[in-house]
Design a protein around this ligand. Sequence first.
Ligand code: FES
Length: 385
Amino acid sequence: MRFFSFKKNNDNTNNLLKTTTERSRPTFHVLKIKDIKRETDESVSIAFELPEDLRSNYAFLPGQYLTLRTEIGGQDVRRSYSICSSPLNEDLRVAVKKLDGGVFSTYANSELKVGDELQVMTPEGTFTTSIDEKAARSYVAFAAGSGITPIMSLMKTILELEPKSTFTLYFGNRTTGSIIFRDEIDALKNRFMDRLRVNHILSREDQGSDTTRGHIDATKVKLFAERFFEPKKVDAYFICGPEQMIHTVKDTLGELGVAKENIRFELFTTSAETTNKQSNEKAQEVLKPKAENLSQVTVILDGEETHFELAYDGRTITDAATDAGADVPFSCKGAVCCTCRARVIKGEVEMDMNYALEPEEVEDGYVLTCQTHPRSSEVVISFDE
Ligand code: FES
């Protein structure tokens, strides 16, 4: 498990900065929408009212996300969105970009209104960093499209809390008009003139230079590194955007000698649907439904046990536990968000994919239950550990 710490002890009651890295079990609460702001033609940001008694539940680390849940067309829909606000004196706010055919994102962009209520899961996610007000660090971020969302939160918090650190952002978009948070980024640039550098890379607009035209790819990363930063001297890199872009930037930084532990990335557009489909196909391919491939599974949640029988087939612990009536936490079902994390207490299991757990967590017996299948006659899994 990665641990993060904030050395600044801010006692301003308006802030939501989480001061501990202890992970508590994600839980839903009903929150009222306080504000909806149109950020671009295709995206809105949504702020939530936080009743006093729930404020500590929603304290967060910059870079974390919320899972929103509601019923749309008779279906239980849940989606995760990164928090775009800083935990320092800002509302708890997420940004939602409308996707083609996106059930929740379309609903959020066209139907949601101030005063509506949504179920909101407590903040989750490990795309963050330790912050030390005495540190003089250099941060470089690569974002594309709505991948800027968690980076906004990180950027604002770091610039505010680490007065000696610098932040450089490479931000890819189609056109100037599609740049989400453009005004806010400009205002930050003016405020932190000597510590924040922002470079817009536009794929469908000519800014008069080949360097800033096109997509963030390996050539561009190498060019930026050659001209603007020394890859090995940067303390931390943040990458968020489409999967392909993340892998390209990560691999290129690796080629330039950047240590793996200095690169943090958040998979943003991995399609849970696609991934689940792939994992199910894979599982069905390798497993024959034989009588001996049956497991007695126990799931422990809030001290309560749910028992069910699960074949070694394509179904996951999350799906089977939900069907058995346990309200187990999940969100992306695509091995990305970590909401479904739980610990194996007994038995053997296998995960299809894992983009969210650290190697040490896996060693400690933690699994992503949305990717987990039993591999022994008895399996006990706890969400309480
Ligand atoms: S629900 Fe997101 S990783 Fe399992």
